[in-house]
Ligand binder design. Structure first.
Ligand code: SAH
Length: 204
């Protein structure tokens, strides 16, 4: 998988290493294990998906740029916990929020054997962020909203970066990278077209 990622434009050494370290088949249903190392998203139940590896790597690479570590990270949309495991290898501390209780619990079970000490899984609506744990150096959304929720922009450290898929009409979505330059100034860069599940509100 790492070789294919390198060919698709992922050049960051630590990102490639983390992608090669986390066994993706552990995070999918047994019937789909054979497809775990293909570059595609796969169903994980409750109409949600495990993200496509090349997109996970691209988003993390965009957040890291030349850094080798990501500091304190917030992930919205734990899903099966795959990306959270990748992030934990590249960060000091990761907080990952999921709004569907059964997926949150499933992610906990998937991640337990890895005994990751710097990852916290939280069952809540990620639109609110986690004010008590802010500020975050990096924020990554695994679900697409119409825009970026204000609390997440507020919880970004100055100099920190956020990456999110954002809906832009006609069933299209684009990755948006936001860097917080000062308390009031944010710089936005649009990147590739992507396809993510929708960012919802509330918990179920
Ligand atoms: N990070 C996952 C991808 C999960 S898919 C991976 O490693 O592959 C996106 C997830 O976002 C879904 O599980 C969905 O339930 C969740 N989600 C959607 N809206 C959310 C919200 N407001 N707060 C928290 N999680 C949300």
């Amino acid at each position: 998988m790492a070789q294919r990622l390198a060919m698709s434009g992922i050049t960051h050494h630590e990102v490639l290493q983390a992608m090669a370290t986390v066994p993706r088949h552990v995070f999918v249903e047994p019937a789909l294990e054979g497809q775990a190392y293909e570059d595609s998203s796969l169903p994980i139940g409750r109409e949600q998906t495990i993200s496509k590896p090349s997109v996970v790597a691209k988003m993390i690479q965009a957040l890291m740029q030349k850094q080798t570590k990501m500091g304190r990270v917030l992930e919205i949309g734990t899903g099966c916990g795959y990306q959270a495991a990748v992030l934990s290898l590249l960060s000091d501390e990761v907080y990952s929020v999921e709004r569907i209780r059964s997926l949150h619990e499933n992610a906990r079970a998937n991640l337990r054997p890895f005994r990751i000490s710097n990852l916290r899984l939280i069952f809540d609506d990620g639109n609110k962020g986690i004010p008590q744990a802010a500020p975050f150096d990096s924020i990554i959304l695994a679900a697409a909203g119409l825009g970026i929720p204000d609390p997440l922009l507020e919880q970004l450290a100055i100099g920190g970066k956020l990456i999110a898929p954002v809906a832009k009409g006609d069933n299209q979505q684009q990755l948006l990278l936001v860097e917080r330059l000062s308390s009031m100034r944010y710089q936005r860069t649009t990147m590739d077209e992507v396809f993510f599940v929708p960012l919802q509100t509330g918990t179920i």
